[in-house]
Design a protein around this ligand. Structure first.
Ligand SMILES: Cc1ncc(COP(=O)(O)O)c(C=O)c1O
Length: 364
């Protein structure tokens, strides 16, 4: 049975429906054109990136950015062991080798000191995942990349609406990416964007997006490329979703704040330090004892509340069993973390209800 309160649902309204109808009545070609440009401008304006190129999803945004930077077979890319598996898979897709590094327990992001030790002669890039809108000291990440001449790619798939010292996450590196998949703060069903200030990198991305074509409509291919194009029909949805972003960012912060107030004192629950000035938590996350997570999830399911456990540590997932090394923090967090209902449309009374169920579980 579907829980009465899902862990996460996309939120579309009559504005998106009307905009899609209007677009279809006008008879566009569906594929990327003027609406995609308008969506890209909205992304660039909001994030402050000089260029934004939209692509079919966040995974291809990561792979496309790496390819555009010339990352290839034989190159190593440092990536955290705790992230959505797409971060690592995109490195493999670009032909390179992911090198896993443990995370910092305070931020759940890459441990920069360990990352520094993982640099070898083959390291070409550093992928920093600002997971759930949290971040390490970004200037240290930039300094580490500069010191070793690494391409800094920020996986900001979960960070739309999150800033570090007033600057949007995803704009500190040589490139950053966003995702607009269905559970994200705003969605186009699937979708991703590559952000950069570099004209050279942006032009390389455009080549990769369009089969390496010299220019649109000309079948002369001056570079290796694929098809990473978007569609105007998704862009129409994205433009309407974007108009709702600022409100949703504020609401995500309120939702997290209310949960934190209601659950902060519950014995058995640990909250992850969260600076709500800067971070717009995409998912509300808590840590519980490993042995309590499954019983809590089952109890909440019976109460009609959907939850989702954190991603498993990547090195234990079947495609990465070849990985050697120890990742104690990643393993611990992955085993303890739980995502609570986090949709932007949740009412305060919904959150109070979820919190009451959680309190009941720990006090019974
Ligand atoms: C951190 C992170 N990176 C990459 C991705 C991949 O994005 P997409 O699902 O748009 O391919 C996700 C998706 O949730 C993500 O959370």
């Amino acid at each position: 049975m579907k829980p009465q309160i899902s862990q996460m649902e996309p939120w579309l309204g009559s504005e998106e429906r009307k905009a899609v109808n209007k677009y279809l009545q006008q008879g566009g070609w569906l594929t990327e054109f003027k609406k995609t440009k308008e969506f890209e401008s909205a992304i660039a304006d909001y994030t402050g990136a000089r260029y934004a190129a939209v692509v079919p999803n966040g995974t291809l945004a990561l792979a496309g950015a790496l390819m555009a930077a010339g990352i290839k077979r034989g190159d190593e890319v440092i990536v955290p062991d705790y992230t959505m598996i797409a971060s690592a898979n995109a490195i493999v897709l670009a032909g390179a080798t992911p090198v896993f590094v443990d995370i910092d327990p305070e931020t759940l992001c890459l441990d920069l000191q360990l990352a520094s030790k993982a640099v070898t002669k083959r390291t070409r890039a550093l992928m920093l995942v600002t997971i759930n809108g949290r971040f390490p000291a970004m200037e240290d990440a930039v300094a580490l990349a500069r010191k070793h001449k690494l391409f800094l790619l920020e996986d900001a798939a979960q960070s739309l609406g999150s800033f570090y010292r007033g600057r949007h996450l995803g704009t500190f590196g040589d490139a950053g990416i966003l995702s607009f998949s269905a559970p994200k703060i705003i969605t186009t069903g699937q979708g991703g964007a590559i952000l950069t200030d570099s004209k050279k990198l942006y032009e390389a991305v455009l080549h990769i997006k369009d089969f390496g074509r010299q220019k649109s409509g000309v079948d002369y291919h001056e570079a290796m490329g694929y098809n990473l194009k978007f569609t105007d029909i998704q862009a129409v949805v994205g433009i309407e979703q974007f108009k709702k972003l600022s409100w949703r960012v504020a609401r995500k912060k309120q939702i997290y704040g209310l949960y934190a107030k209601l659950l902060g004192g519950v014995k058995g629950i640990t909250l992850i330090p969260t600076d709500l000035e800067s971070t717009s938590p995409w998912f509300v996350d808590i840590l519980v004892a490993k042995t309590k997570r499954k019983p809590l999830m089952e109890f909440l399911k019976r109460e009609g509340v959907g939850t989702r456990p954190f991603y498993p540590a990547i090195h234990i997932q079947p495609p990465y069993r070849w990985v050697k090394g120890k990742f104690p923090v990643s393993e611990q967090m992955a085993g303890r973390g739980l995502w609570l209902p986090s949709s932007s449309f949740l009412k305060d009374r919904d959150i109070r209800g979820v919190a009451a169920s959680i309190q009941k579980f720990f006090h019974e």
